[in-house]
Design a protein around this ligand. Structure first.
Ligand SMILES: Cc1cc2nc3c(=O)[nH]c(=O)nc-3n(C[C@H](O)[C@H](O)[C@H](O)COP(=O)(O)OP(=O)(O)OC[C@H]3O[C@@H](n4cnc5c(N)ncnc54)[C@H](O)[C@@H]3O)c2cc1C
Length: 453
Protein backbone atom coordinates (compact mmCIF):
# COMPACT_ATOMS: atom_id res chain seq x y z
CA UNK A 1 0.00 0.00 0.00
CA UNK A 2 1.43 3.40 -0.90
CA UNK A 3 1.50 6.34 1.48
CA UNK A 4 -1.17 8.18 -0.51
CA UNK A 5 -3.61 5.28 -0.21
CA UNK A 6 -3.18 5.28 3.54
CA UNK A 7 -3.79 8.95 4.25
CA UNK A 8 -6.49 11.40 3.35
CA UNK A 9 -6.41 15.18 3.39
CA UNK A 10 -9.24 16.62 5.47
CA UNK A 11 -9.21 20.38 5.31
CA UNK A 12 -11.19 21.47 8.33
CA UNK A 13 -9.21 21.55 11.59
CA UNK A 14 -12.14 20.41 13.75
CA UNK A 15 -12.78 17.42 11.48
CA UNK A 16 -9.10 16.52 11.63
CA UNK A 17 -8.98 16.79 15.42
CA UNK A 18 -12.15 14.71 15.78
CA UNK A 19 -10.59 12.04 13.54
CA UNK A 20 -7.47 12.15 15.67
CA UNK A 21 -9.38 11.67 18.95
CA UNK A 22 -11.18 8.67 17.47
CA UNK A 23 -7.89 7.30 16.19
CA UNK A 24 -6.24 7.76 19.59
CA UNK A 25 -9.17 6.05 21.32
CA UNK A 26 -8.68 3.02 19.08
CA UNK A 27 -4.88 2.87 18.96
CA UNK A 28 -3.34 4.28 22.15
CA UNK A 29 -2.06 1.51 24.39
CA UNK A 30 0.42 2.39 27.15
CA UNK A 31 1.73 -1.19 27.15
CA UNK A 32 3.17 -0.89 23.63
CA UNK A 33 6.86 -0.18 23.24
CA UNK A 34 7.84 3.33 22.16
CA UNK A 35 8.85 1.89 18.76
CA UNK A 36 5.46 0.20 18.30
CA UNK A 37 3.57 3.37 19.25
CA UNK A 38 5.67 5.61 16.97
CA UNK A 39 5.18 3.11 14.13
CA UNK A 40 1.39 3.56 14.47
CA UNK A 41 1.60 7.35 14.90
CA UNK A 42 4.08 7.86 12.04
CA UNK A 43 2.47 5.66 9.42
CA UNK A 44 -0.94 7.19 10.15
CA UNK A 45 0.30 10.70 9.38
CA UNK A 46 -0.11 12.04 12.94
CA UNK A 47 3.60 12.27 13.85
CA UNK A 48 4.47 14.90 11.23
CA UNK A 49 1.08 16.07 9.94
CA UNK A 50 2.47 19.14 8.14
CA UNK A 51 4.32 16.87 5.69
CA UNK A 52 2.51 16.21 2.42
CA UNK A 53 0.26 13.16 2.18
CA UNK A 54 2.84 11.63 -0.16
CA UNK A 55 5.45 11.72 2.61
CA UNK A 56 3.78 10.32 5.73
CA UNK A 57 1.99 13.57 6.57
CA UNK A 58 -1.49 15.01 6.26
CA UNK A 59 -0.66 18.22 4.42
CA UNK A 60 -2.06 20.43 7.19
CA UNK A 61 -1.01 24.01 8.01
CA UNK A 62 1.58 24.55 10.75
CA UNK A 63 -1.10 25.95 13.08
CA UNK A 64 -3.17 22.76 12.69
CA UNK A 65 -0.01 20.71 13.27
CA UNK A 66 0.39 22.51 16.62
CA UNK A 67 -3.21 21.67 17.55
CA UNK A 68 -2.61 18.02 16.63
CA UNK A 69 0.43 17.88 18.93
CA UNK A 70 -1.58 19.46 21.75
CA UNK A 71 -4.50 17.07 21.24
CA UNK A 72 -2.22 14.02 21.48
CA UNK A 73 -0.76 15.43 24.70
CA UNK A 74 -4.18 16.25 26.17
CA UNK A 75 -5.34 12.73 25.38
CA UNK A 76 -2.48 11.46 27.52
CA UNK A 77 -0.53 9.72 24.75
CA UNK A 78 3.13 10.12 23.82
CA UNK A 79 3.63 12.60 20.98
CA UNK A 80 5.81 12.49 17.89
CA UNK A 81 9.55 11.74 17.99
CA UNK A 82 11.44 14.91 18.95
CA UNK A 83 14.46 16.39 17.19
CA UNK A 84 15.91 17.56 13.93
CA UNK A 85 14.64 14.62 11.87
CA UNK A 86 10.98 15.58 12.10
CA UNK A 87 11.76 19.30 12.19
CA UNK A 88 14.26 19.61 9.33
CA UNK A 89 15.27 16.43 7.51
CA UNK A 90 11.78 15.08 6.83
CA UNK A 91 10.35 18.26 5.24
CA UNK A 92 13.53 18.70 3.19
CA UNK A 93 13.44 15.13 1.86
CA UNK A 94 9.68 15.40 1.30
CA UNK A 95 10.37 18.47 -0.90
CA UNK A 96 13.57 17.43 -2.65
CA UNK A 97 14.04 13.68 -2.18
CA UNK A 98 13.17 10.76 -4.44
CA UNK A 99 10.14 8.50 -3.71
CA UNK A 100 12.60 5.82 -2.51
CA UNK A 101 14.23 8.29 -0.08
CA UNK A 102 10.80 9.22 1.23
CA UNK A 103 9.87 5.56 1.70
CA UNK A 104 13.04 4.84 3.67
CA UNK A 105 14.44 8.02 5.24
CA UNK A 106 11.20 9.90 5.99
CA UNK A 107 9.49 6.73 7.16
CA UNK A 108 12.30 6.07 9.64
CA UNK A 109 12.05 9.66 10.89
CA UNK A 110 8.30 9.77 11.51
CA UNK A 111 8.37 6.36 13.18
CA UNK A 112 11.27 7.43 15.41
CA UNK A 113 13.61 4.70 14.18
CA UNK A 114 16.43 7.11 13.27
CA UNK A 115 17.60 10.39 14.83
CA UNK A 116 19.26 13.12 12.75
CA UNK A 117 21.69 15.99 13.16
CA UNK A 118 22.51 18.94 10.90
CA UNK A 119 26.08 19.03 9.55
CA UNK A 120 26.09 22.55 8.06
CA UNK A 121 28.27 24.99 10.07
CA UNK A 122 32.06 24.83 9.97
CA UNK A 123 34.77 26.72 11.85
CA UNK A 124 35.14 28.99 8.78
CA UNK A 125 31.54 28.93 7.53
CA UNK A 126 28.57 29.97 9.68
CA UNK A 127 26.77 33.06 8.43
CA UNK A 128 28.69 32.64 5.18
CA UNK A 129 27.55 29.03 4.97
CA UNK A 130 28.19 28.74 1.22
CA UNK A 131 31.88 29.30 1.98
CA UNK A 132 32.10 25.78 3.47
CA UNK A 133 35.20 23.75 2.71
CA UNK A 134 34.33 20.17 3.71
CA UNK A 135 35.09 18.16 0.53
CA UNK A 136 33.23 15.27 -1.08
CA UNK A 137 35.16 13.34 -3.75
CA UNK A 138 33.50 10.80 -5.98
CA UNK A 139 34.72 7.20 -5.75
CA UNK A 140 32.60 4.85 -7.87
CA UNK A 141 29.11 4.73 -6.38
CA UNK A 142 30.30 6.48 -3.26
CA UNK A 143 31.71 9.80 -2.10
CA UNK A 144 34.63 10.26 0.32
CA UNK A 145 34.12 13.08 2.80
CA UNK A 146 36.87 15.06 4.54
CA UNK A 147 36.44 18.17 6.69
CA UNK A 148 35.17 19.51 10.00
CA UNK A 149 31.74 20.64 11.12
CA UNK A 150 30.95 22.49 14.34
CA UNK A 151 27.96 23.38 16.55
CA UNK A 152 26.39 20.06 15.52
CA UNK A 153 23.45 19.91 17.92
CA UNK A 154 22.50 16.45 19.20
CA UNK A 155 25.14 14.69 17.07
CA UNK A 156 25.83 12.25 19.91
CA UNK A 157 22.33 10.78 19.53
CA UNK A 158 22.23 10.93 15.73
CA UNK A 159 22.02 7.99 13.36
CA UNK A 160 22.13 10.16 10.23
CA UNK A 161 23.33 13.65 9.35
CA UNK A 162 22.17 16.29 6.86
CA UNK A 163 25.58 16.97 5.35
CA UNK A 164 26.47 19.72 2.90
CA UNK A 165 29.88 19.36 1.27
CA UNK A 166 31.79 20.86 -1.66
CA UNK A 167 31.69 18.64 -4.72
CA UNK A 168 32.87 21.13 -7.40
CA UNK A 169 35.47 23.66 -6.18
CA UNK A 170 35.82 25.01 -9.72
CA UNK A 171 32.24 26.35 -9.65
CA UNK A 172 31.16 29.55 -7.81
CA UNK A 173 30.67 28.83 -4.15
CA UNK A 174 26.87 28.56 -4.15
CA UNK A 175 26.90 26.21 -7.15
CA UNK A 176 29.37 23.46 -6.22
CA UNK A 177 27.73 22.10 -3.06
CA UNK A 178 25.90 18.77 -2.67
CA UNK A 179 23.52 17.68 0.11
CA UNK A 180 23.92 14.13 1.47
CA UNK A 181 22.23 11.94 4.09
CA UNK A 182 25.31 10.50 5.80
CA UNK A 183 25.46 7.55 8.20
CA UNK A 184 26.91 8.80 11.50
CA UNK A 185 27.85 5.29 12.65
CA UNK A 186 31.08 4.75 10.74
CA UNK A 187 34.79 4.97 11.59
CA UNK A 188 35.31 8.19 9.55
CA UNK A 189 32.87 10.19 11.71
CA UNK A 190 34.11 11.40 15.09
CA UNK A 191 31.84 13.45 17.36
CA UNK A 192 33.38 15.49 20.20
CA UNK A 193 31.03 17.23 22.68
CA UNK A 194 31.38 20.96 23.46
CA UNK A 195 30.22 22.08 26.93
CA UNK A 196 28.01 25.19 26.89
CA UNK A 197 27.42 27.77 29.60
CA UNK A 198 24.08 26.10 30.33
CA UNK A 199 26.10 23.14 31.61
CA UNK A 200 24.79 20.91 28.82
CA UNK A 201 26.78 19.57 25.90
CA UNK A 202 24.15 19.81 23.23
CA UNK A 203 26.75 21.01 20.71
CA UNK A 204 29.50 18.94 19.19
CA UNK A 205 32.42 19.20 16.83
CA UNK A 206 32.19 16.60 14.06
CA UNK A 207 35.34 15.45 12.30
CA UNK A 208 34.91 13.69 8.95
CA UNK A 209 37.98 11.72 7.87
CA UNK A 210 37.55 9.57 4.75
CA UNK A 211 33.93 9.06 5.76
CA UNK A 212 31.79 7.43 3.06
CA UNK A 213 28.35 8.13 1.70
CA UNK A 214 26.58 6.46 -1.24
CA UNK A 215 25.57 8.44 -4.35
CA UNK A 216 22.02 7.23 -3.72
CA UNK A 217 22.08 9.28 -0.50
CA UNK A 218 22.32 12.59 -2.38
CA UNK A 219 19.22 14.68 -1.64
CA UNK A 220 18.27 16.72 -4.70
CA UNK A 221 20.79 16.96 -7.50
CA UNK A 222 24.56 16.86 -7.43
CA UNK A 223 25.98 20.41 -7.09
CA UNK A 224 22.51 21.72 -6.28
CA UNK A 225 22.91 21.36 -2.51
CA UNK A 226 22.65 25.08 -1.83
CA UNK A 227 19.01 25.07 -2.91
CA UNK A 228 18.34 21.96 -0.80
CA UNK A 229 20.11 23.53 2.21
CA UNK A 230 17.90 26.59 1.81
CA UNK A 231 14.85 24.35 2.00
CA UNK A 232 16.15 23.04 5.34
CA UNK A 233 16.92 26.57 6.55
CA UNK A 234 13.50 27.90 5.63
CA UNK A 235 11.86 25.06 7.59
CA UNK A 236 14.23 25.81 10.48
CA UNK A 237 13.30 29.49 10.53
CA UNK A 238 9.60 28.83 10.20
CA UNK A 239 9.52 26.23 12.96
CA UNK A 240 11.72 28.22 15.34
CA UNK A 241 9.94 31.51 14.80
CA UNK A 242 7.33 33.13 16.98
CA UNK A 243 3.68 32.75 16.18
CA UNK A 244 1.98 31.05 19.06
CA UNK A 245 1.49 27.42 19.83
CA UNK A 246 1.01 25.11 22.73
CA UNK A 247 2.79 22.33 24.51
CA UNK A 248 3.06 18.99 22.77
CA UNK A 249 3.92 17.32 26.02
CA UNK A 250 6.77 14.94 26.70
CA UNK A 251 9.54 15.27 24.12
CA UNK A 252 11.40 12.01 23.65
CA UNK A 253 14.60 11.46 21.67
CA UNK A 254 14.19 9.00 18.79
CA UNK A 255 16.76 6.75 17.16
CA UNK A 256 18.94 3.79 17.97
CA UNK A 257 21.39 5.58 20.29
CA UNK A 258 19.03 7.12 22.88
CA UNK A 259 17.74 3.68 23.85
CA UNK A 260 14.07 4.67 24.20
CA UNK A 261 12.60 2.48 21.46
CA UNK A 262 12.29 -0.74 23.44
CA UNK A 263 10.84 0.90 26.57
CA UNK A 264 7.16 0.84 27.59
CA UNK A 265 5.51 3.93 26.10
CA UNK A 266 3.14 4.43 29.04
CA UNK A 267 6.13 5.12 31.29
CA UNK A 268 6.82 8.35 29.37
CA UNK A 269 3.46 10.02 29.79
CA UNK A 270 1.84 11.64 32.78
CA UNK A 271 -1.68 12.87 33.34
CA UNK A 272 -2.08 15.89 31.03
CA UNK A 273 -1.32 19.17 32.72
CA UNK A 274 -2.97 22.55 32.24
CA UNK A 275 -1.30 24.53 29.42
CA UNK A 276 0.47 26.93 31.75
CA UNK A 277 2.22 24.13 33.69
CA UNK A 278 3.26 22.46 30.48
CA UNK A 279 4.84 25.70 29.27
CA UNK A 280 6.80 25.91 32.50
CA UNK A 281 8.23 22.45 31.86
CA UNK A 282 9.23 23.58 28.36
CA UNK A 283 10.99 26.65 29.68
CA UNK A 284 12.92 24.49 32.11
CA UNK A 285 14.10 22.22 29.34
CA UNK A 286 15.50 25.15 27.33
CA UNK A 287 16.85 22.76 24.71
CA UNK A 288 17.69 22.96 21.04
CA UNK A 289 14.27 23.49 19.60
CA UNK A 290 12.77 25.79 22.20
CA UNK A 291 10.27 26.69 19.53
CA UNK A 292 6.89 28.31 19.70
CA UNK A 293 5.28 25.37 21.46
CA UNK A 294 7.66 25.65 24.37
CA UNK A 295 7.42 29.43 24.61
CA UNK A 296 3.63 29.52 24.53
CA UNK A 297 2.25 30.72 27.82
CA UNK A 298 5.68 31.86 29.06
CA UNK A 299 4.16 35.19 30.06
CA UNK A 300 1.60 33.26 32.16
CA UNK A 301 4.46 31.47 33.89
CA UNK A 302 6.20 34.78 34.56
CA UNK A 303 3.00 36.35 35.90
CA UNK A 304 2.74 33.41 38.34
CA UNK A 305 6.36 34.01 39.26
CA UNK A 306 5.76 37.72 39.86
CA UNK A 307 2.75 36.97 42.10
CA UNK A 308 4.70 34.40 44.06
CA UNK A 309 7.63 36.78 44.51
CA UNK A 310 5.26 39.60 45.59
CA UNK A 311 6.40 41.90 42.76
CA UNK A 312 3.27 41.73 40.62
CA UNK A 313 2.37 45.32 41.58
CA UNK A 314 5.80 46.67 40.58
CA UNK A 315 5.01 49.10 37.71
CA UNK A 316 8.19 48.34 35.74
CA UNK A 317 7.69 44.58 35.93
CA UNK A 318 4.02 44.95 34.98
CA UNK A 319 5.05 47.06 31.99
CA UNK A 320 7.59 44.47 30.82
CA UNK A 321 5.09 41.64 31.23
CA UNK A 322 2.58 43.52 29.10
CA UNK A 323 5.27 44.22 26.47
CA UNK A 324 6.08 40.52 26.36
CA UNK A 325 2.40 39.65 26.01
CA UNK A 326 2.02 42.12 23.13
CA UNK A 327 5.06 40.82 21.24
CA UNK A 328 3.80 37.25 21.66
CA UNK A 329 0.38 38.26 20.39
CA UNK A 330 1.93 40.05 17.40
CA UNK A 331 3.73 36.82 16.55
CA UNK A 332 0.46 34.92 16.77
CA UNK A 333 -1.36 37.49 14.60
CA UNK A 334 1.42 37.30 12.02
CA UNK A 335 1.00 33.52 11.97
CA UNK A 336 -2.75 33.90 11.46
CA UNK A 337 -2.18 36.51 8.73
CA UNK A 338 0.19 34.19 6.90
CA UNK A 339 -2.33 31.36 7.16
CA UNK A 340 -5.11 33.52 5.68
CA UNK A 341 -2.91 34.87 2.87
CA UNK A 342 -1.74 31.34 2.01
CA UNK A 343 -5.32 30.03 2.05
CA UNK A 344 -6.08 32.70 -0.57
CA UNK A 345 -3.14 31.48 -2.68
CA UNK A 346 -0.67 34.25 -1.74
CA UNK A 347 2.37 34.54 0.48
CA UNK A 348 3.95 37.06 2.87
CA UNK A 349 7.60 37.26 1.77
CA UNK A 350 10.13 37.16 4.58
CA UNK A 351 7.65 35.98 7.23
CA UNK A 352 9.91 33.12 8.37
CA UNK A 353 12.75 35.63 8.88
CA UNK A 354 10.48 38.11 10.64
CA UNK A 355 9.14 35.47 12.95
CA UNK A 356 12.60 34.15 13.80
CA UNK A 357 13.77 37.69 14.62
CA UNK A 358 10.71 38.14 16.80
CA UNK A 359 11.44 34.86 18.61
CA UNK A 360 15.00 36.01 19.46
CA UNK A 361 13.53 39.21 20.82
CA UNK A 362 10.96 37.32 22.91
CA UNK A 363 13.67 35.13 24.42
CA UNK A 364 15.68 38.21 25.46
CA UNK A 365 12.56 39.78 27.00
CA UNK A 366 11.76 36.56 28.87
CA UNK A 367 15.34 36.47 30.16
CA UNK A 368 15.24 40.10 31.35
CA UNK A 369 11.84 40.11 33.00
CA UNK A 370 12.46 36.68 34.56
CA UNK A 371 15.68 37.90 36.13
CA UNK A 372 13.96 41.07 37.38
CA UNK A 373 11.29 38.98 39.06
CA UNK A 374 13.60 36.57 40.85
CA UNK A 375 15.98 39.40 41.80
CA UNK A 376 19.19 38.47 43.62
CA UNK A 377 18.25 34.76 43.58
CA UNK A 378 18.91 34.87 39.84
CA UNK A 379 22.65 34.85 40.60
CA UNK A 380 22.27 31.25 41.83
CA UNK A 381 22.17 28.49 39.23
CA UNK A 382 22.41 24.73 39.58
CA UNK A 383 23.49 22.71 36.55
CA UNK A 384 22.30 19.25 37.55
CA UNK A 385 18.59 18.37 37.93
CA UNK A 386 19.12 17.02 41.48
CA UNK A 387 20.94 20.23 42.51
CA UNK A 388 18.18 22.32 40.92
CA UNK A 389 15.62 20.63 43.17
CA UNK A 390 17.79 21.44 46.22
CA UNK A 391 18.24 25.05 45.13
CA UNK A 392 14.56 25.52 44.38
CA UNK A 393 13.72 24.20 47.86
CA UNK A 394 16.40 26.31 49.57
CA UNK A 395 15.16 29.51 47.94
CA UNK A 396 11.48 28.60 48.24
CA UNK A 397 11.11 29.30 44.52
CA UNK A 398 10.05 26.17 42.60
CA UNK A 399 10.69 27.81 39.22
CA UNK A 400 14.11 29.36 39.90
CA UNK A 401 16.06 26.80 37.85
CA UNK A 402 13.73 27.30 34.93
CA UNK A 403 14.24 31.08 35.01
CA UNK A 404 18.04 30.91 35.28
CA UNK A 405 18.29 28.17 32.63
CA UNK A 406 16.18 30.24 30.25
CA UNK A 407 18.40 33.26 30.95
CA UNK A 408 21.56 31.28 30.14
CA UNK A 409 20.03 29.85 26.98
CA UNK A 410 18.49 33.12 25.75
CA UNK A 411 21.59 34.04 23.73
CA UNK A 412 21.19 31.02 21.44
CA UNK A 413 18.10 31.84 19.34
CA UNK A 414 19.70 35.04 18.04
CA UNK A 415 22.50 32.86 16.59
CA UNK A 416 21.19 29.46 15.45
CA UNK A 417 19.31 29.06 12.19
CA UNK A 418 21.03 32.26 10.93
CA UNK A 419 21.86 35.19 13.23
CA UNK A 420 19.60 38.21 13.71
CA UNK A 421 21.91 40.23 11.44
CA UNK A 422 21.63 37.63 8.68
CA UNK A 423 17.81 37.57 8.98
CA UNK A 424 17.84 41.36 8.53
CA UNK A 425 20.17 41.05 5.52
CA UNK A 426 17.80 38.52 3.92
CA UNK A 427 14.76 40.72 4.52
CA UNK A 428 16.68 43.73 3.13
CA UNK A 429 17.98 42.00 0.02
CA UNK A 430 15.29 39.47 -0.89
CA UNK A 431 12.13 41.19 0.37
CA UNK A 432 12.83 44.92 0.25
CA UNK A 433 15.03 44.71 -2.88
CA UNK A 434 18.01 46.53 -1.35
CA UNK A 435 21.36 46.07 -3.14
CA UNK A 436 23.27 42.89 -2.33
CA UNK A 437 26.50 43.05 -0.38
CA UNK A 438 29.30 43.79 -2.90
CA UNK A 439 31.95 41.14 -3.61
CA UNK A 440 33.20 38.60 -6.14
CA UNK A 441 31.54 35.61 -4.39
CA UNK A 442 28.71 34.94 -6.80
CA UNK A 443 30.68 34.43 -10.03
CA UNK A 444 34.24 33.50 -9.06
CA UNK A 445 35.13 29.78 -8.81
CA UNK A 446 35.30 28.78 -5.12
CA UNK A 447 38.90 27.63 -5.58
CA UNK A 448 39.92 31.19 -6.63
CA UNK A 449 38.26 32.99 -3.70
CA UNK A 450 40.43 34.43 -0.92
CA UNK A 451 40.13 32.35 2.24
CA UNK A 452 41.31 32.51 5.84
CA UNK A 453 44.59 30.68 6.39
C1 LIG B 1 22.13 26.76 20.01
C2 LIG B 1 22.77 26.60 18.66
C3 LIG B 1 22.57 25.44 17.94
C4 LIG B 1 23.18 25.28 16.70
N1 LIG B 1 23.00 24.07 16.04
C5 LIG B 1 23.60 23.89 14.87
C6 LIG B 1 23.47 22.62 14.19
O1 LIG B 1 22.83 21.69 14.70
N2 LIG B 1 24.08 22.45 13.00
C7 LIG B 1 24.81 23.44 12.42
O2 LIG B 1 25.31 23.22 11.33
N3 LIG B 1 24.99 24.65 13.03
C8 LIG B 1 24.40 24.89 14.24
N4 LIG B 1 24.57 26.10 14.90
C9 LIG B 1 25.48 27.08 14.31
C10 LIG B 1 24.81 28.33 13.80
O3 LIG B 1 24.06 28.07 12.64
C11 LIG B 1 25.92 29.36 13.55
O4 LIG B 1 26.48 29.65 14.82
C12 LIG B 1 25.40 30.63 12.92
O5 LIG B 1 25.04 30.40 11.60
C13 LIG B 1 26.45 31.77 12.99
O6 LIG B 1 27.67 31.35 12.45
P1 LIG B 1 29.03 31.59 13.26
O7 LIG B 1 28.85 31.08 14.63
O8 LIG B 1 30.13 31.04 12.43
O9 LIG B 1 29.18 33.19 13.38
P2 LIG B 1 29.76 34.15 12.26
O10 LIG B 1 29.17 33.84 10.94
O11 LIG B 1 31.24 34.18 12.37
O12 LIG B 1 29.17 35.56 12.75
C14 LIG B 1 29.77 36.32 13.79
C15 LIG B 1 29.00 37.64 13.91
O13 LIG B 1 29.12 38.41 12.68
C16 LIG B 1 27.84 38.75 12.17
N5 LIG B 1 27.85 38.65 10.72
C17 LIG B 1 28.45 37.70 9.95
N6 LIG B 1 28.25 37.94 8.64
C18 LIG B 1 27.50 39.08 8.56
C19 LIG B 1 26.98 39.84 7.48
N7 LIG B 1 27.16 39.46 6.19
N8 LIG B 1 26.26 40.95 7.77
C20 LIG B 1 26.04 41.34 9.08
N9 LIG B 1 26.55 40.66 10.15
C21 LIG B 1 27.25 39.55 9.89
C22 LIG B 1 26.92 37.68 12.74
O14 LIG B 1 25.56 38.12 12.78
C23 LIG B 1 27.49 37.43 14.11
O15 LIG B 1 27.01 38.43 15.02
C24 LIG B 1 23.99 26.30 16.14
C25 LIG B 1 24.20 27.48 16.87
C26 LIG B 1 23.60 27.63 18.12
C27 LIG B 1 23.85 28.91 18.89
Amino acid sequence: MSVTDRLDTPTDAEVILADLRTWLGTNWDPDLTVAEWWELLGTSGWAAPTLPTTAYGRGVARSVGVQIGRTIHEFGALGAPDGLGVMLAAPTIADQGTPEQIETLVRDIVTGQRAWCQLFSEPGAGSDLAGLSTRAEEDGDEWIINGQKVWTSLAKDADLGMLIARTAPDLPKHKGITYFAIDMHQPGVEVRPLREMTGHAMFNETFLTDARVASSAIIGDRNNGWAVANTTLSHERASLGSGGGASRGMLLTPGTVAGNLTKRVGDFVQAPKPARKAAAVGAAVGAVDSGPARRAGMHDLLIDQARRAGVDQDPLIRQDLVRLYIVNELGRFNGERLKAVRAAGGDVPGMANISKLSMSNIMRMVRDVGMQIVGAQGMLHAYQPADQVVLNEATGNPMLASVTMTALYAQAPAIYGGTDQIQRNIIGERVLGLPREPGPDRDTPFSDLAKNA
